[in-house]
Design a protein around this ligand. Structure first.
Ligand code: SF4
Length: 180
C-alpha cells in the first residue's frame, strides 16, 4: 500500500517535475521515459503481490509482421499462427493463462481497451513514449511495462523478449506453470 502511494506521487508529481528539469538540462526525453518505466516496475514488483484474476496483456501493432495481411487489431485470434512474428506465441500464452489479449494501434486505442476490459492488472509492451504515458494514465492500476525491441527502427517489425512478458504475467497471476 505504501508503495502504491509512493508510485502515485512519483507518477503524478515527480515525473512531470523531472520532465521540466530534463527539458532545462536537455536530457533526452526517451531516457526519462525509460527511467519512469523502470521505477514504476520496481515499485509494482516490490509491493505485496496481490494475485489477480483479470490480467490484460497489451501488445503494440508493430509487433505484427509488416507483410501479414490478417487484421488482428479487433480480434488477435484472427492470427493464423504462421510463426513469422511473435503474435503466435502470445495468442497461445493468452489461451493457456486465460488472459485478455489485445493489440493496440496507439495510445488512444490502448486506453479504450483498458476501459472496456476493466482489468485488475496490466502487462504492456510498447515503446518508451507509449509505455510512460500509459503508466501515468492508468494509475492506480498495477501495470508492468516492457519496452519493445526495434532492430529495424521505430514502429516496424518490432520484437519483445518473451521471457520478460512471461515473468511479468507470472508476477500478477502467481502461475509458475509453463505458459509457452
Ligand atoms: S504469426 Fe499471426 S500475426 Fe504474425 S505473421 Fe503469422 S499470421 Fe500474421
Amino acid at each position: 500500500m505504501k508503495n502504491q502511494w509512493i508510485r502515485g506521487l512519483f507518477l503524478k508529481l515527480g515525473y512531470p517535475l523531472m520532465l521540466i528539469l530534463g527539458g532545462l538540462f536537455r536530457i533526452k526525453k526517451e531516457k526519462l521515459q525509460k527511467f519512469l518505466i523502470d521505477i514504476n516496475n520496481s515499485l509494482v514488483k516490490n509491493s505485496k503481490p496481490e494475485l489477480v484474476r483479470r490480467i490484460l496483456l497489451l501488445l503494440p501493432h508493430c509487433l505484427q509482421q509488416s507483410d501479414c495481411k490478417i487484421k488482428i487489431t479487433y480480434n488477435v485470434y484472427n492470427c493464423e499462427s504462421c510463426g513469422k512474428c511473435e503474435i503466435k506465441n502470445f495468442t497461445q500464452m493468452a489461451r493457456n493463462l486465460g488472459l485478455e489479449l489485445y493489440v493496440a494501434t496507439g495510445g488512444t486505442i490502448a486506453r479504450r481497451i483498458v476501459v472496456n476490459t476493466r482489468p485488475e492488472a496490466i502487462v504492456a509492451v510498447a515503446c518508451e513514449r507509449d509505455l510512460s504515458s500509459g503508466i501515468v494514465d492508468t494509475y492506480p492500476l498495477p501495470i508492468l511495462g516492457i519496452i519493445n525491441e526495434r532492430p529495424f527502427g521505430p514502429c516496424f517489425n518490432t520484437g519483445v523478449d518473451i521471457n520478460k512478458v512471461k515473468e511479468a504475467l507470472q508476477f500478477f497471476s502467481g502461475n509458475n506453470k509453463e505458459v509457452l
